[in-house]
Design a protein around this ligand. Structure first.
Ligand SMILES: Nc1ncnc2c1ncn2[C@@H]1O[C@H](COP(=O)(O)OP(=O)(O)O)[C@@H](O)[C@H]1O
Ligand SMILES: [Mg+2]
Length: 286
């Protein structure tokens, strides 16, 4: 009993806290917290489900955009091919006919003193002009449809394309390195890589004022992809304020449509670097 009395005496000052009600209070608080946690859990689950739906939707429209880009590029290439064929067949043949006619007039009037010098001069001029226009048509056909790509494969077509730029920009040094064999590369990939080089070198000529341009094409095994790097030592550009243009956009579209990625690196006076990497199909031996 003494112990009991002692205990009562010790606990007496704490009676005002009404600690006997504490368990009940704690229970109510726990229930409240539980209910709150459950509500948050349900809200979070709903948010995640909604986010998943939006992400799926986004991925679907990205895929649609990729397919659209693919289609647009195919149509553009078909159009270019048709134009190149028409230029080659119609215009080429017409020019050839003009030249043959002019040559036959020249041959027929050679040694004939009755034919005025004016006619002979005009005939020579027609032949020269026909040759010039034929050269221009050939150049346009080459840009529209890289014939070397069909006949000789990607590496040789790039060599041909770079040679053209070496002639046009004799002060700039172009180095092309192709590591690996690209003969088995399928047409869409080969054409995309060719067009990226074509547009990049046009950009070098238009914007870079470069002394040196390195073009490096290589295959990587893991992951299986083909990587193209084009780097110049020109004036570069601030990528954060990149002027709007269709060249880079078109390159990105082509690379994206094949599931690849295009990276740019540059800053003012630091040159310009472009890396395009395109995955290879698994079954391809390229
Ligand atoms: N090699 C380069 N060196 C410096 N600037 C470049 C280079 N390539 C592209 N640019 C910059 O990027 C811009 C966009 O290029 P692009 O999309 O090809 O359009 P465009 O050539 O018609 O201007 C260019 O206007 C130029 O300022
Ligand atoms: Mg351009």
């Amino acid at each position: 009993m003494e112990l009991n009395e002692r205990l009562l005496r010790v606990l007496h000052p704490f009676e005002r806290f009404q600690l006997d009600e504490l368990p009940l209070t704690l229970l109510c608080l726990s229930c409240g917290l539980l209910w709150f946690a459950w509500r948050r859990f349900c809200e979070a689950r709903l948010e995640i489900a909604q986010r998943l739906i939006v992400e799926r939707e986004l991925e679907r429209s990205r895929q649609e955009l990729r397919e659209l880009a693919h289609q647009r590029i195919d149509m553009q290439e078909d159009e270019r091919r048709a134009l190149a064929r028409e230029l080659h067949d119609d215009m080429g043949q017409t020019l050839n006919a003009i030249k043959i006619e002019a040559i036959s007039i020249r041959n027929a009037s050679a040694g004939d003193d009755d034919v005025p010098q004016e006619v002979l001069r005009a005939t020579r001029s027609v032949i020269e002009h026909a040759d010039q226009v034929y050269g221009v048509v050939r150049r346009i056909i080459g840009r529209l449809r890289p014939v070397a790509l069909d006949e000789l494969g990607l590496a040789a077509a790039l060599e041909h394309c770079v040679d053209g730029w070496r002639e046009r920009l004799p002060k700039t040094r172009f180095d092309l390195r192709c590591e690996g064999t690209f003969d088995n590369l399928d047409e869409p990939r080969a054409l995309a890589l060719y067009r990226v080089v074509q547009e990049s070198l046009t950009n070098v000529a238009r914007h870079a004022q470069a002394n040196r341009v390195d073009i490096h094409l290589r295959q990587s095994a893991d992951p299986a992809c083909v990587e193209l790097t084009i780097q110049d030592d020109g004036c570069g550009v601030n990528l954060a304020a990149l002027p709007h243009g269709f060249g880079l956009l078109g390159m990105r579209e082509r690379v994206d449509a094949l599931g690849g990625c295009l990276d740019l690196a540059s800053s003012a006076h630091q040159g310009f670097r472009l890396i395009a990497s395109i995955p290879l199909p698994l079954q391809s031996g390229a």
